[in-house]
Design a protein around this ligand. Structure first.
Ligand SMILES: [Zn+2]
Length: 325
């Protein structure tokens, strides 16, 4: 009887415990957290390939590394004897200009051309050697240094590459883009540019015979009245913020300073006009369109101790210097 009770209890125990054990979920080990952090050794960047510029030079299209192209531009656009900080400012402006053209510029079949009146002046190492003669290697190394010390640096405004225009000599102040080309550009404003007085292009003179002057003006605007003596030809003259000629009334018709610059091959549109000994004489200040960075002004700033960053931020209003990798 007692054995039967024990057997009964044992059966009951089995009946309760076995299903309970079977129903108990099997404890699985916690999965190990997989770290998604890749160690620095595994995240080595791909080696950077040199950016290649497709450059039209004469009839051929050359492909050359950006930095080599820029060395050729610096030595073609700026006197090699200029201060290193001025050459560095030139290198950053030239790099910015080039990258902007590479994003989609004026040439459908290449990135840029080597013509300074269209894109940026560029000459090959061989041509520069011939042009500079003795001591050329010292200048080449200096320009290379200017490019390397500013490697990857470009100018931006509101996150976009700027139109980094530059010119030789302002004659005392630069012009806003709007005054010369008509469109407002926030970073291309008129700024003072001191220290250029000793620069050869600071002052120039262009004399035009009365006959040539008359025929050129009438070809430009046949309605101009140049029938009387030359002393009566000129009327009101208005100037831009940078001191350039905005308009000059000739024979009762307005002519823009930029059109007169083109018409008579003046070095800039900043000029005075006089009638001297039967000639029209233009007394001209500066050289170039005078918008953006003045190269002689940059050199004057560098001589006075400014670095290339201060130079660029003086001539390009409100820009940021960024490194593009
Ligand atoms: Zn071009």
């Amino acid at each position: 009887m007692r054995q039967a009770v024990w057997m009964g209890l044992f059966s009951l125990l089995l009946a309760v415990l076995v299903p309970a054990l079977l129903l108990q979920p099997i404890q699985e080990p916690e999965p190990e957290t997989v770290a998604l952090v890749i160690s620095p050794a595994e995240s080595k960047p791909e080696p950077q390939e040199a950016m290649i510029v497709r450059l039209k030079s004469g009839q051929s299209i050359l492909e050359l590394p950006l930095e080599e192209y820029l060395t050729g531009v610096v030595l073609s656009e700026m006197p090699a004897s200029f201060e290193l900080e001025a050459l560095k400012a030139q290198a950053v402006a030239a790099r910015t200009f080039a990258l902007r053209q590479m994003e989609g510029g004026k040439h459908p079949d290449c990135d840029l051309c080597s013509d300074g009146s269209c894109c940026q002046a560029w000459n090959s190492r061989e041509t520069i050697e011939q042009k500079l003669g003795d001591g050329w290697l010292q200048y080449w190394s200096k320009a290379e240094e200017a490019v390397q010390q500013t490697a990857g640096e470009v100018l931006t405004y509101a996150g976009q590459l700027i139109d980094a225009v530059y010119f030789s000599c302002s004659g005392g102040a630069t012009e806003a883009a709007a005054a010369v080309w008509g469109g407002e550009v926030p970073y291309l404003q008129s700024v003072s540019s001191w220290g250029e007085e000793d620069a050869p292009p600071f002052h120039s003179e262009t004399a035009v015979s009365l006959e040539r002057f008359r025929s050129a003006i009438l070809a430009e605007n046949p309605e101009a009245d140049l029938s009387g003596p030359a002393s009566g030809w000129f009327g009101e003259l208005t100037r831009t913020a940078g001191g350039g000629v905005e308009t000059l009334e000739i024979g009762g018709r307005p002519f823009s300073g930029t059109s007169l610059r083109t018409l008579f091959g003046l070095k800039s549109a900043k000029f005075d006009v006089a009638i001297e000994e039967g000639q029209i004489v233009f007394q001209v200040s500066g050289y170039g369109h005078r918008v953006g960075m003045s190269q002689y002004g940059a050199n004057a700033m560098a001589k006075a101790g400014s670095d290339y960053r201060a130079i660029l931020q003086h001539y390009y209003t409100g820009v940021t210097i960024e490194t593009k990798t």
